[in-house]
Design a protein around this ligand. Structure first.
Ligand code: 0O2
Length: 221
């Protein structure tokens, strides 16, 4: 392989990765539009914040090797579906499906896969709703449908996942059983908090009525 071949390959790979950066931009814009629209309508806003990340070229290639996928761009596009990642953090459990439906219902979005780790939490306690969607990206000389992994979760689920992620990396995947058990308990506490917050949220009057004028609406905490 000549230096020139490597230069061409590198250029093709960077151009391929740019598709995913643009796909993140598209999804992020959609979520920001929803957020601004809720605010504009003076409605309660279910979106707390959003994060996004583009997988590094090293970890894309590491995943291709680990999973034994063929090492070419077509195979990477078909098999590695989490190169573009967007995370939406909501306040309440009921917001998750609201956001899911608003995104999945948009004409240019196709849901390719859905994993509900909330109904079926992972054995370690991990909870989140994962969607793999595809979205068209319009480049100057071509158009491509690009997969994006969208993770939707509550603040409590996110708090748990970020701590677990740090612990997992600290122990390089070999988390001691006692710590693992503590993490599972913490996940259960996070679920209880989410359920409590959800029930408080339901008690809050969204119609703007004054609870002092209507005793049936009084919060009994
Ligand atoms: P990062 O740093 O977020 O990119 P695979 O992607 O093939 O290894 P799978 O089963 O296809 O795994 O995907 P899965 O498990 O549905 O979702 C993978 C992503 O979800 C992970 O991405 C994490 O972001 C998150 N996730 C899944 N399980 C856990 C968990 O137990 N704890 C935490 N903290 N996060 C989890 P990456 O690429 O591993 O990491």
């Amino acid at each position: 392989v000549s230096i020139e071949d490597i230069r061409v390959l590198r250029g093709q790979f960077l151009d391929f990765m740019l598709d995913y950066k643009f796909a993140i931009d598209e999804i992020t814009t959609k979520i920001n539009i929803l957020r601004e629209d809720f605010n504009n309508a003076n409605e309660y806003n279910p979106i707390e914040h959003i994060n996004s990340r583009l997988k590094s070229p090293e970890s894309v290639l590491e995943k291709v090797q680990r999973k034994n996928y063929p090492m070419n761009l077509a195979s990477i596009r078909e098999n590695v579906l989490d190169i573009a990642g967007v995370r939406v953090i909501c306040s309440f459990i009921s917001d998750i499906v609201k956001i899911r439906d608003m995104l999945a219902g948009q004409e240019d979005i196709t849901v390719l896969e859905e994993r509900d780790y909330i109904t079926n939490r992972k054995p370690n306690g991990y909870q989140s709703l994962h969607l793999i969607v595809s979205i068209p990206v319009f480049r100057s000389h071509r158009t491509a449908r690009i997969p994006v992994e969208i993770q939707i979760r509550t603040i409590a689920m996110d708090f748990w996942a970020s701590l677990e992620h740090k612990i997992y990396y600290k122990y390089r995947g070999e988390v001691p059983p006692n710590l693992q058990a503590e993490l599972t308990q913490a996940a259960e506490a996070a679920t209880r908090l989410d359920e409590k917050m959800e029930s408080l949220h339901r008690l809050v009057d969204h119609t703007g009525r004054d609870p002092h004028q209507d005793p049936s609406e009084t919060l009994d905490l």
